[in-house]
Write a protein that binds this ligand. Structure first.
Ligand code: SF4
Length: 87
């Protein structure tokens, strides 16, 4: 038996042009996705933990607009409300 610990190095991302913001993904994967005030998903910038990888894949497959993605290389984005050097 293999322990399902650690992270996968993969991150979720959203194509907001395609996303309809109905919150299906946030309901399916609340550990990594929360809805904003309008229902659009806010995805965790952390790598998907191995224990949630199957759930994350299934949530990506279930997105009716193919707007949710899982992959490598998506670097965490800086907080848009925070300016360089603003502490
Ligand atoms: S399931 Fe897909 S279309 Fe629906 S809110 Fe999530 S990313 Fe957007």
């Amino acid at each position: 038996m293999t322990a399902r610990t650690g992270d996968t190095g993969q991150r979720l991302s959203v194509d907001f042009i395609a996303c309809e913001g109905r919150g299906l993904c946030a309901e399916a994967l609340p550990e990594l996705i929360t809805p904003d005030d309008w229902g659009f998903p806010i995805v965790s910038h952390q790598a998907v933990p191995l224990r949630l990888l199957d759930d994350a894949r299934e949530t990506v497959r279930a997105c009716p607009k193919l707007a949710l993605r899982l992959g490598y290389g998506a670097a965490p984005r800086p907080d848009p409300g925070r300016r360089e050097g603003a502490g």
